[in-house]
Design a protein around this ligand. Structure first.
Ligand code: DGJ
Length: 753
């Protein structure tokens, strides 16, 4: 049993594999929080875990009970205005102008499995026995508003999945000005905060700092989850490492504006809150209507950050991503963007396809520029008709020719945008996100289509459906290249304008749902100027995403390391591009670029027709190597070993291990070469201590315990002479170790004897 109910004391003890989460109903009918962390035994009463105390400066609810101050009591979905001065989880403006709500426990139910959330991405079960869901229903009698709080625990995982649903059972409309997904109070704040932040081309870098008094927060107001902040925060105990220590993660399954914050109060306690950003948000809840928040996946690990990541990877890979491609090995692809940009014709595309197919590439992706009159980024978004100047025979003959080479064909779209110079904008200037009477700003010469308007979504669906049905298209790269400005919709009433960003994302989800249902064989890859919408919401529809436009091997170390905090390797598009790199102009070896890109959904982003024979030979070796170990790279257990965000960042290492522990690949990267360096060792992890491993290229075998505790001596590539050393040493170098368990029962020691 995962959820224990104590009817008399009105307590709820939720247990996952190694976690406990304990709630109770407070004296005033609201929800109190008792415990969240490592699993503890069940017992009849947990009230002793929270002790009420009187403080003379507090406001309190009951005249005869000065100790009942909500400011003092740990809560789980707190409201505003009744003796708690910390930030609430929700805020409702009522017809009489009041913002005070009083949601009181009414009932609860426990059901096997996990319900889906209408119109929203969500984690799921395949068998009802995998999880249990507790729904606590509260009502506010004065306004006839109902609040359902959902808590799901999976029996074999360490997550609590939460969301909230408001239903207006009254006769007048209410304004939901804040409706977060979850909030919870910790009894102390002795934590370090972690966030994944950056910008275009440097997404999801890890930032850590100790919690401080007051509010620390990240948010997006850009209309999408953004490159600036990922919808994820974590708090870890000081001293926590990748391998040891307590860490709590909070990951929002949502792709729009969000807020993640921790408030440290006057008693140094921490309140974690997360959900749709309340800034510029308000939802008119009509009588009979309801509002469902996105879900928050909170995970706990007492085995450090790798433990936390493994929980997210497993859940998101198997119970968030969906469809035929979820468990399938992803094809090695080549994308023509950096090879040609907008300057291509059928012959050029065909020669890239033919040559790359000979080297083992499995999927050819035609990127931006195939439609309308799109010879640069100033025109044609929205005109989803093949550009016959570039492809005079249309798409089908090209797709057929690519298929003839043995490769699948993939196509780029940017469904949510329209160029000012386009037939679509000329016909429907009112179909864009815009505030009445205001000049609409542009970004990359484009405007954002109003996906809060179902008519717009319908139109784009029909156009995409026509293209996708016209030939054998097996992959779609769904791009999105600008943030929202002057937010508003011509279709919505003035008191609903603040609903636009959320309605827009619901429109995006709707289009994704319709297309993935109509074309279940297509592999969708999400993209947003690289990784500006790389979030759990997208993973529900597209099992992989373009991690970043920055394909430089050194920059990718930080990006992929940070991204792996939450997202599995199978979800991270990782390509080798040409040098000098187009984003940072750095020149790195093909080997280093490969050694970084192998750890993800691997591909190329370069002009294969301009490579020399030796490079092509290397490329074909890389592809063969990747295919041989593809299941391991995409679906193995990933461990971060050495962070590029620590110790000066010159070294990074990580590894991936197969489920049975008999195969592994470890990699170590060095940014700048050092003269006369020390003798660093790489300590591996996740191996079977008793198993003997052979490492490709090394003569000896090693036992798992030796590799994990004594470690492998790394090659510095430096021998003191000016000419000696490793072939691939110097700046931006990498070493890859391919481990295989010695298969027969005879150990290598015995063989040698
Ligand atoms: C941004 C993407 O991240 C790139 O990979 C490429 O598809 C361009 N857009 C095309 O405009």
């Amino acid at each position: 049993m995962a959820i224990h109910i104590k009817e008399d004391s009105r307590q709820f003890h939720l247990q996952g594999k190694n976690i406990s989460y304990i709630l109770h109903i407070l004296k005033n009918g609201q929800i109190g929080h008792l415990y969240y962390g490592k699993k503890i035994r069940d017992r009849e009463d947990f009230r002793h875990l929270s002790k009420k105390e009187f403080r003379v400066t507090s406001s309190y609810v009951y005249e005869d009970d000065p100790s009942f101050s909500l400011d003092m009591i740990p809560q789980d979905y707190p409201g505003y205005g009744t003796s708690d001065y910390r930030e609430p989880a929700f805020h409702i403006r009522q017809p009489d102008g009041s913002r005070i709500s009083n949601f009181v426990y009414q009932s609860h139910s426990v059901n096997p499995g996990k319900p889906s959330l209408e119109g929203l991405p969500a984690t799921y079960v395949e068998d009802e026995r995998e999880a249990e869901t507790l729904t606590i229903t509260l009502v506010d009698d004065y306004t006839d508003m109902k609040l359902d709080l959902l808590y799901t625990v999976y029996h074999d995982k360490d997550v609590v999945v939460r969301s909230a649903r408001f239903t207006n059972e009254g006769t007048q409309a209410h304004q939901l000005d804040r409706a977060l997904s979850a909030s919870m109070d910790f009894p102390d704040s002795d934590f370090e905060w972690i966030q994944l932040s950056g910008g275009w081309s440097r997404e999801r870098h890890i930032h850590t700092h100790p919690l401080h008094a007051g509010i620390q927060k990240i948010q997006s107001t850009r209309g999408t989850s953004s490159a600036q902040h990922n919808p994820f925060i974590a708090v870890q105990r000081p001293g926590t490492t990748e391998h040891t220590g307590d860490v709590y993660g909070f990951s929002l399954v949502y792709s729009g504006n969000f807020l993640g914050q921790v408030e440290v109060d006057q008693y140094a306690r921490a309140r974690v809150s997360m959900g749709i950003s309340p800034f510029d948000f308000s939802w008119k809840l009509e009588p009979g209507g309801s509002f469902q928040t996105p879900e928050l996946v909170s995970a706990f690990s007492s085995d450090g950050r790798n433990g936390l990541s493994h929980t997210y990877h497993e859940l998101y890979q198997k119970r968030l991503a969906r469809g035929r491609w979820r468990d399938k090995e992803r094809p090695v692809l080549i994308n023509n963007w950096e090879a040609t940009y907008f300057d291509f014709d059928e012959a050029k595309l065909q020669s890239i396809a033919e040559q790359s197919s000979r080297l083992g590439v499995e999927l050819f992706v035609l990127d931006d520029g195939w439609f309308g009159r799109r010879n640069d980024d100033t025109t044609s978004l929205g005109d989803w008709f093949v550009d016959e100047a570039k492809l005079p025979n249309g798409l089908k003959p090209l797709v057929d020719k690519v298929n003839d080479t043995g490769m699948a064909f993939g196509l780029w779209f940017e469904p949510e945008m329209v160029s000012r110079q386009s037939e679509l904008y000329e016909a429907h200037p009112d179909w864009i996100i815009q505030a009445a009477g205001r000049h609409p700003s542009t970004g990359r010469h484009q405007l954002v289509l109003d996906f809060s308007n179902p008519e717009v979504v319908d139109y784009i669906y029909e156009r995409m459906k026509a293209i996708l049905s016209s030939s054998n298209i097996e992959y779609v790269k769904w791009d999105m290249n600008r943030y929202m400005t002057e937010i508003g919709s011509a279709r919505l009433a003035s008191d609903q304008q603040m609903e636009v960003p959320h309605r827009y994302i619901l429109g995006v989800y709707d289009l994704y749902e319709r297309l993935t249902t109509a074309f279940p064989h297509i592999l969708f890859e999400s993209c947003a100027s690289g990784g500006a919408r790389f979030d759990p919401g997208m993973l529900y529809y597209a099992p992989q995403g373009w991690t970043s436009d920055d394909t430089d091997a050194v920059e990718r170390l930080a990006i992929q390391y940070g991204t792996s905090m939450v997202y599995p390797l199978s979800s991270m598009g990782a390509h080798i591009s040409a040098v000098p790199n187009h984003q940072v102009k750095r020149v790195t070896s093909l080997k280093t670029r490969g050694d970084v890109a192998f750890f993800g959904a691997f591909g190329y982003e370069l002009d294969v027709t301009s490579m020399n024979e030796e490079e092509k030979e290397r490329m074909s070796e890389q592809i063969a190597f990747y295919k041989k170990h593809r299941a391991l790279f995409q679906f193995g257990t990933f461990y971060r070993l050495q962070s590029p965000f620590e110790k000066g960042g010159n070294e990074t290492s990580w590894m991936v291990v197969s489920e049975d522990g008999r195969q592994a690949v470890a990699a170590s990267y060095q940014v700048l070469a050092r003269p006369n360096p020390g003798f660093p060792r790489l300590k591996l992890t996740g191996l079977d201590p008793e198993t003997e491993y052979r490492i490709e290229g090394l003569e000896r075998t090693y036992y798992g315990d030796e590799l994990m505790h004594a470690g492998l001596q790394l090659e510095s590539g430096y021998d003191g002479s000016q000419t000696g050393g490793l072939e691939e040493s110097g700046d931006f170098s990498s070493q890859l170790f391919v481990l295989t368990a010695v298969t027969n029962s005879t150990t290598m020691d015995e063989v040698e004897k």
